[in-house]
Design a protein around this ligand. Sequence first.
Ligand code: ADP
Ligand code: MG
Length: 251
Amino acid sequence: MSNPDASPAGPIISVAGVNKWYGAFQVLTDVSLSVAKGEKVVICGPSGSGKSTLIRCLNQLEQHQEGSIVVDGIELGKSESAAQAVRREVGMVFQHFNLFPHLDLVQNCVLAPMSVRGMSRRAAEALAVRLLERVRLGEHAHKYPSQLSGGQQQRAAIARALCMEPRVMLFDEPTSALDPEMVGEVLDTMRGLAAEGMTMMIVTHEMGFARQVADRVVFMDRGQIVEQAPPAAFFGAPVHERTRRFLSQVL
Ligand code: ADP
Ligand code: MG
């Protein structure tokens, strides 16, 4: 099969005609989506619409049954080696930070670069310190997660993902578990990453952030992509009734 993603000008993520079921329940229906290198795509939609499932398919935390997903030239679902390869390319940040509680921030950050990329401890620690500084946690590098606020822990989780030097970053409701006063610092960190040109797919209900940062907003409902448009059009003139109803609830 020809692979358009192998060309540098092609999309870095290409999802085409994807269907997925959990048992008898169809969670994704004919989902197609392309993301260009450097593009920032925000995914929104009601709870249960399949947003997490879609982005978890992109790094093979979940597997689709039909259709094709190609990430950075790697066709997913064909082999376990494809799954391993894509996890090296794609960083993921979850709602719950999933930091290891018994390790300080630096040691949280060095695990994957050492085990997956074969970096030496010394090189991995130097990288970890540099990336913790970049998310403004340099002075907390040797603290444990429990000694930090939720916002600091989520910034550490972003630094940990960046330590794999990913080509794409996926975020699944990264601020939903945070106290309101900590949301801004995490969104600021994400804005910084966006400004540096990272390709990002972000599930979020932060519509102000979507308006500022997204190149495109995708609305999902009941396992389908209902509508996608640049933020000005998406928020200013949503086409579908379901989109309008959703926006009236979150804006
Ligand atoms: P969202 O992130 O948009 O809230 P999800 O992708 O988490 O939606 O879930 C979509 C639907 O799939 C929901 O109805 C959810 O209950 C169901 N679902 C999610 N994960 C599983 C699973 N592992 N097994 C069965 N059903 C699941
Ligand atoms: Mg979800």
